[in-house]
Design a protein around this ligand. Structure first.
Ligand code: PLP
Length: 454
C-alpha cells in the first residue's frame, strides 16, 4: 500500500538520515513510526501494539511510561534546567548521582565522570588511559585491545575498539595503529571439536598473552570488554574466561575497562555484569539503563590509581582538558538519580534474576528443538536465538538471504519488536520491568513468527 503523500513515512524518507540503516532500502520500505509507549509495549502511528523485546536499544529498562521519571525531569527543569561542571562548577544532581554510583560500584572506585552516550564514555576512557600513562611516565603504553564482535560505540576511538565489520568498512577508522582485536569468546562457533569451555577459555587467554608479547607489553595500555557481548549477538563468555584473561592483563599491567553499557543495572541478574562474571575493572563505563534511557547520560568510573594519574597530569598542565557541555547535565542526572532509587525499591536485581530465569528457561523449552534454531544463549534478561542453515555443523545462512531480518519483520506482524544481529542472532533484551506473563506472551508471538518463516 502506498503511504499518503503527507504521511509520517513519506516525510521521514524525505528528511531523516537514519542511524544504522541501509538508506537505499529505507527509501523504498520506509520506517516503522512509533508514537507512544505503555509499560513494555509501544504503539505505532496506526495504533498497532508491540511488545518491545529489545527495550528499544537494550535500554528502556523501566519501560515506556514511568511517571516518576517524568516528574523528576519536570521538577529539575523548573529548578535548574542547565548548569555545567567545567572549571569546578557543580550542582546537586551531578553530586548525588556520582555518590550513588560510587556506593553501588562493583569494586572500589574513586571518581565518576559524566558524558552523554556510551560512545562518548568509551572515547573518554581511552583518552583518560592515554593521559594517565603519559602522566605515569610511560608514554609508549597506549595500545588498546578490543575483541572481534565487541561493541563499544561508533565515535573514532570507541568505533575503533568495536569489532564489527559494518562499523569499520569504508569509515577509515585507525584500527591498525593503536587498536587491536582478539578473538570472540563464543564457544558455539569458536571452539575446536570436543574442546571444553574451560579449555577454550585457556586458549583465548593464551592468544591474548601472545598478542601482548608480540606488541610489547610496554606498548599495551588497556583491554576493553563487555561482560556479556551485546550487539555482537549476546555472547556469554565461556566458564573461566575472565578469570584467565585478567591474570594475563595483570601480568602485563594492562588496565581492564568493563563496558557495562548493556550489562549494568541488573540485566545479567547481578547489579553489574562485572559481578556476574568476576571482573575487577579499573574503569567502568555505563549508560542506557543508568537513566532508564528517559534522557541521555553516561558515566565513566575510575579507580584511584587512574584518578591519581589524571590528577598528577592536570596539576602539571593546570587543567585536565576534557569534558562535554552536557557532562552531568542536571536534568538527565536527576532522572538517573530517580532511576537508581526505583531500582533499589523494586529490587531490580532480584526481579531480573527471577524473570530472567523464566525467560531463559522458556526460550529453550519453546525453541531449542526447532530445525532453524542453532543456539539459544543468554543470562538474566538478555538472550539471543541464533538461526542456522545446518543445526549439526552450526553453519549460518548466507547473509544475503536475510533470514534474521525476515523473522524480525514477521515478528513485527505478530506484535513484537526484536532485532536481527550478526549471524541471524535474534536478540531479546526486554525492559527489566517485564513480568513472567509478558515474557510468555512475547515468546508466543515470536513462536508464531518463527513457524511462519520458510
Ligand atoms: N557500549 C555498548 C556495550 C553498547 O551496547 C553501546 C550501544 O549499544 C555503546 C557502548 C554505545 O553507546 P551509544 O550508542 O550511547 O553511543
Amino acid at each position: 500500500m502506498t503511504p499518503p503523500r503527507n504521511s509520517n513515512a513519506v516525510r521521514d524518507i524525505a528528511n531523516v538520515l537514519h542511524p544504522y540503516t541501509d538508506h537505499r532500502a529505507h527509501a523504498v520500505n520506509g520506517p516503522l513510526v512509533i508514537s507512544r509507549g505503555e509499560g513494555v509495549r509501544v504503539f505505532d502511528d496506526q495504533g498497532k501494539e508491540y511488545i518491545e523485546a529489545m527495550a528499544g536499544l537494550w535500554c528502556a529498562s523501566l519501560g515506556f511510561d514511568n511517571k516518576r521519571l517524568v516528574d523528576a525531569a519536570y521538577r529539575q527543569m523548573q529548578k535548574l534546567p542547565f548548569y555545567h561542571g567545567f572549571t569546578a562548577k557543580s550542582h546537586e544532581p551531578m553530586i548525588d548521582l556520582a555518590e550513588m554510583l560510587i556506593e553501588r560500584a562493583p569494586v572500589p572506585m574513586s571518581k565518576v565522570f559524566f558524558a552523554n552516550s556510551g560512545s562518548e564514555a568509551n572515547d573518554t576512557a581511552v583518552k583518560m588511559i592515554w593521559y594517565a600513562n603519559n602522566a605515569m611516565g610511560r608514554p609508549d603504553k597506549k595500545k588498546i585491545i578490543g575483541r572481534l564482535k565487541g561493541y563499544h560505540g561508533i565515535t573514532i576511538a570507541s568505533g575503533s575498539i568495536t569489532g564489527l565489520p559494518a562499523n569499520h568498512k569504508m569509515f577509515d577508522l585507525p584500527v591498525s595503529d593503536r587498536f587491536i582485536h582478539v578473538s570472540t569468546p563464543h564457544h558455539y562457533h569458536g571452539a575446536n571439536p570436543g574442546e571444553s569451555e574451560e579449555d577454550f577459555a585457556t586458549r583465548l587467554a593464551e592468544e591474548l598473552d601472545q598478542v601482548i608479547q608480540r606488541e610489547g607489553p610496554e606498548t599495551v595500555a588497556a583491554f576493553f570488554a563487555e561482560p556479556a557481548m551485546g550487539a555482537g549477538g549476546v555472547i556469554v563468555p565461556p566458564a573461566t574466561y575472565f578469570e584467565k584473561v585478567q591474570a594475563v592483563l595483570k601480568k602485563h599491567d594492562v588496565l581492564f575497562v568493563a563496558d557495562e553499557v548493556i550489562c549494568g543495572f541488573g540485566r545479567t541478574g547481578s547489579y553489574w555484569g562485572s559481578q556476574t562474571f568476576g571482573i575487577t575493572p579499573d574503569i567502568l563505563v555505563c549508560a542506557k539503563a543508568l537513566s532508564a534511557s528517559f534522557l541521555p547520560i553516561s558515566a565513566v568510573m575510575v579507580n584511584d590509581r587512574v584518578f591519581q594519574a589524571l590528577a598528577d597530569g592536570s596539576a602539571t598542565i593546570g587543567t585536565w582538558g576534557h569534558g562535554f557541555t552536557y557532562s552531568g547535565h542536571p536534568v538527565p542526572a536527576a532522572v538517573a538519580v530517580e532511576t537508581l532509587k526505583i531500582y533499589d525499591e523494586m529490587d531490580i536485581v532480584g526481579h531480573a534474576k527471577r524473570v530472567g530465569g523464566h525467560m531463559q528457561k522458556t526460550l529453550r523449552a519453546r525453541f531449542a528443538d526447532h530445525p532453524l534454531v542453532g543456539e539459544i544463549r543468554g543470562i538474566g534478561l538478555v538472550a539471543a536465538m541464533e538461526l542456522v542453515a545446518d543445526k549439526a555443523t552450526h553453519r549460518n545462512f548466507d547473509p544475503g538471504a536475510k533470514v534474521g531480518p525476515r523473522l524480525a519483520k514477521l515478528a513485527e506482524g505478530e506484535g513484537v519488536i526484536m532485532r536481527a544481529m550478526v549471524n541471524d542472532s535474534m536478540g531479546f533484551s526486554p525492559p527489566l520491568i517485564i513480568t513472567e506473563a509478558e515474557v510468555d506472551e512475547m515468546i508466543a508471538r515470536v513462536g508464531r513468527a518463527l513457524d511462519a518463516l520458510t
